[in-house]
Design a protein around this ligand. Structure first.
Ligand SMILES: [Zn+2]
Length: 264
């Protein structure tokens, strides 16, 4: 057991709320995910409260090397400005990069112009590209089907591949894009697929888990109905149905990649 904050090669969930009602009522938090991979710290999707959740958990923004936005929606980007300010210590120590799709940076940018100069650089996410930050590399294999330009992330660290399957409707391309992942993190907003709503449901998650056969699947970003149905019970049921370890993320959960060895 380690007392380091955050633990080496870990994913800390700074929130598990997805979509409008869960987030606006803060039934669970919505701060995104804090990665510590190969001694490189990266914040993904800093939704509302990211600064509160990260400081409360003694995570130090000035240690971040990058902030990545899967897309511009508020529940994924609301705290990006304050997190850039915290990462760069109010601009006194410019460093770190911001990765975001072009529609988060162009007509109505989610990041204030005066903060941009504190960053080492801004990189535009695009389909089929790979990026590196410190000791970590990641790819954005496919554009998701969602109202805003959205990409999931495929990380390669410590010999493990893990995928963050951000907001999207289910489509065939997901299977190929995230094949071979040891861990998949799935944003599950709905219980069942709903026409006109470009979000993954529990039904879609079951299908993806069966198709991708990861060692571990982690559910997060719950919509209201998913939350009311108790994600931990859903995870238990999916584990039984698929034969694959499915976990329901909770606020503050730390997943260490070393756990994969025991789940192998
Ligand atoms: Zn969204």
């Amino acid at each position: 057991m380690t007392t380091q904050i955050p633990p080496p090669n870990s994913i800390t969930f700074l929130g598990t709320a997805g979509a409008r009602f869960m987030v606006s009522k803060q039934l669970t938090a919505s701060g995104g995910m804090w990665l510590n991979l190969e001694d490189t710290q990266i914040l993904v999707d800093p939704g509302p409260g990211s600064i509160v959740q990260s400081t409360k958990r003694k995570l130090r923004a000035e240690k971040l090397s990058a902030i990545i936005l899967s897309h511009r929606h508020l529940d994924h980007s609301a705290d990006v400005n304050i997190m850039v300010e915290a990462m760069t210590q109010g601009g006194f120590r410019p460093h770190g990069r911001l990765f975001a799709p072009s529609d988060a940076l162009e007509t109505e940018p989610v990041i204030y112009s005066y903060l941009r100069k504190f960053l080492e650089g801004i990189e535009v996410l695009a389909e089929g590209k790979s990026y590196s930050v410190g000791n970590v590399s990641f790819a954005t294999p496919i554009r998701h089907i969602h109202q805003a330009e959205t990409y999931g992330l495929l990380f390669n660290a410590t010999g493990h591949k893990f995928a963050y399957i951000a907001d999207t409707r289910y489509f065939e391309g997901l299977r190929k894009a995230y094949a071979g992942s040891d861990v998949i993190i799935i944003n599950v907003v709905l219980l069942e697929p709903k026409a006109g709503l470009d979000h993954l449901s529990v039904v879609d998650a079951a299908r993806l888990i069966t198709e991708l056969k990861p060692k571990v699947a982690i559910l997060t970003h719950y919509g209201m109905h998913v939350w009311q149905a108790k994600p931990w019970e859903i995870a238990e049921r999916l584990t039984q149905e698929t034969g694959i370890t499915v976990r329901a993320a909770y606020d503050g959960m730390k997943f260490e990649l070393a756990q994969l060895e025991s789940n192998g």
